[in-house]
Design a protein around this ligand. Sequence first.
Ligand code: IPM
Ligand code: MG
Length: 353
Amino acid sequence: MKICVLPGDGIGPEITAQALRVLAALRSDGLPIEIEQALIGGSAVDAEGVPLPASTLGLAGEADAVLLGAVGGPKWDGLPRDRRPERGLLGIRKSLELFANLRPAILYPELANASTLKPEVVAGLDIMIVRELTGDIYFGQPRGIEQRDGETVGFNTMIYSEAEIRRIARVAFDIAMKRSRRLCSVDKMNVLECTQLWRDVVTEEAKSYPDVELSHMLVDNAAMQLVRNPKQFDVMVTGNMFGDILSDEASMLTGSIGMLPSASLDAANKGMYEPSHGSAPDIAGKGLANPLATILSVAMMLRYTFGQEEAAARVEDAVKRVLAEGLRTADIHEKGKRQVGTAAMGDAVLAAL
Ligand code: IPM
Ligand code: MG
């Protein structure tokens, strides 16, 4: 079990440090875990001048799985586009062909008050957003900013091939088969040809999954329905940009983006695992960040890449237990609970494990 750990920037090093403790504990209990660490994002720009050094990509490529903290921060915001930390993240997704991004939005019963929505709207929420991650307007050519007829224009290309749509649709249908067998595909086919093709291909692929009930929804309506009645959704599948936006929205239904892990998988279930939240530069280095999303990302890694369901459930149960014991980092704190920092939360998870 070769794992490449990329702490990244901001709170990244602090939260991955706690996940590394969990991995070390699992290793002492017998899992053959090997760890390598490398630089990505702004820390790689500072050390080597580029956000994704070839050595990092090499290590990540050889590993069975990658655990990423977070990238980016105001320090690097002024850099040219090709050297920005985010480019490191997009580069590793594309190079390793991690086209299937799984972003669960689960409301832990203990955290029902953390949501800004009424408890009855979100209680029991458990949505899985399947976001295509290596295509769409994020990578489409042509793109740029240039002079046309004496004025400056900016442009990007939204593009999907049939094969790209088909492979992400299959991932989503397979996941739906393991859950409630309901899948909602999100597009903007009333305006965009690219997503007309998306709807056509997903509809065609549904024929191979007669047990899954497929529905379609326009993205603007989906954004609205997510706050109106989120529990109507189980598995959602959508393109890269719509998935970026809807997954942030869905995560906040749970009130605690600091709790949500994610997986980005290739065709062979090799994956990169990362918390859904960002690098939180405002609290970096203060020992305040919530390490649970990163620890839960380790659980996803154990499940999806290594097929270690038992170990995955053990990590998830440990997290549930510390929540039940009343421990809270600042982002999920409420009156009557015990507020702890990053390391103390890690201590509690290890003890529960
Ligand atoms: C995400 C992030 C990234 C994205 C950024 C940091 C490039 O927002 O993982 O959702 O847009 O994909
Ligand atoms: Mg995003």
